[in-house]
Design a protein around this ligand. Sequence first.
Ligand code: NDP
Ligand code: 2IT
Length: 462
Amino acid sequence: MNSTCTLDSVKTKSEYLNDVINIAMAKNPNEPEFLQAVKEVLSSLEPVILKHEAEYKELALLERVIEPERIITFRVPWIDDNGKARVNRGFRVQFNGTLGPYKGGLRFHPTVNQSIMKFLGFEQIFKNALTGLPIGGGKGGSDFDPKGKSDNEIMRFCQSFMTELQKHIGQDVDVPAGDIGVGAREIGFLFGQYRRIKNNYEAGVLTGKGLDYGGSLARKEATGYGLIYFMREMLKANGLELKGKTVIISGSGNVAIYACEKALSYGANVVAMSDSNGCVYDKDGIKLDIVKEIKEVKRGRIKEYLEKVPSAKYMENNGEVPAVYTIKADVVLPCATQNDINLSSAKILVENGAKAVGEGANMPCTNDAVEYFLKNKVLVAPGKAANAGGVATSALEMCQNSMRYFWSFDEVDKKLDGIMTNIFAQTKKAAEEYGYGNNYVAGANIAAFRKIAKAMKSQGLI
Ligand code: NDP
Ligand code: 2IT
């Protein structure tokens, strides 16, 4: 989705903070998603910055936080099934390596550009800090569109992409994983090419690997399950629970499917899921096995759900509010892409009685939509905290690879639950400490920023 971020300045009580936001806008005028993420994070840090203004200014800390350590862009040539030469653009943004090797997914989607790569890399720094695990922030991908491509085309593309990317990654340098359009199939092809070029079995160079060659049990489920663990904690802290709640989910990919699975296990009633064309509404409850078959096996469209459940309704997207957000729900889980919920969608959701929004996707709500939710007492679980279960479990995969050992599904799942519970606790504590009440959006930014700022200060001016 296109950013709806305006290029207006943000005014805070900190002159330093205002200056840095103005610098960001002047230096990145063509990067609306990146500026949106920067403004959202930095403006919520106001009380922290006011406390340490002189020190941070002297260290140029904020200027460094918003400047990637390195951006790599490269040409990805490949041959399609008709023998035609094609070219895509590849990216890797190595944003901040203070806490560990750069870590973050690869996105293959036609909308990928530098602004989107940078906003994702920026968010990843804070998300990874919240996990408490030793991982820095990075992101990558390509404007390659995997839709409609054969397995052979996907393989040829992945091999070409890795032929260049391998120069810049390594298990102690930068560890990519999946994101939109990149799942186990793509990670397999990427890993194979890396191994071939390096002549070295470096299992920890990629995560999200297949279970038969170094992948972690529960990594596939981790982002969606983690989102629901975070949601459980957030609801509990506010006297609510998932049991009996009506849930709508945007998307029907990896995050959406496993968020649905865990929400169902807590007794929620998930009534809708979507893809970029539209949504299915099944008031009797989504039958997840059918969605898995359509999406994980056939790589089909969500509309095909009706072939198995004719009583369900299909609603095509048209207009600025995606169809899924017109359905009444207590809990809303945007698990598709950025800026999926704009102010108009937020208004409809609030009018329909939404109590909580859990961001499974990265930055799925526009900044004005988040503000509207918070003003109307809707709880918001911010993506950089709520969807951190995926990258946290990736870090657990790296840990298992280093040990040349593996844990059972239950062991990984218990660790994941513990990590998400802890992320919520840190988020809540920071929000309360800085006078933000149950604004967990600000709480997550503050908890993460304090960790990064402290470590950056220790490592000197680099
Ligand atoms: P998948 O590729 O598995 O699924 C993406 C889903 O989102 C599909 O249903 C897709 O529909 C939909 N979607 C993608 N782009 C758009 C768009 N422009 N408009 C409407 N719908 C769209 O990706 P994931 O489930 O892995 O990722 C979903 C979100 O979660 C992303 O924001 C990602 O960054 C985030 N995330 C993923 C993690 C992971 O571990 N995988 C971890 C943390 C966050 P269609 O098929 O029609 O394109
Ligand atoms: O946005 C994300 O956190 C991911 N796509 C997962 C990254 C990872 O390294 O597992």
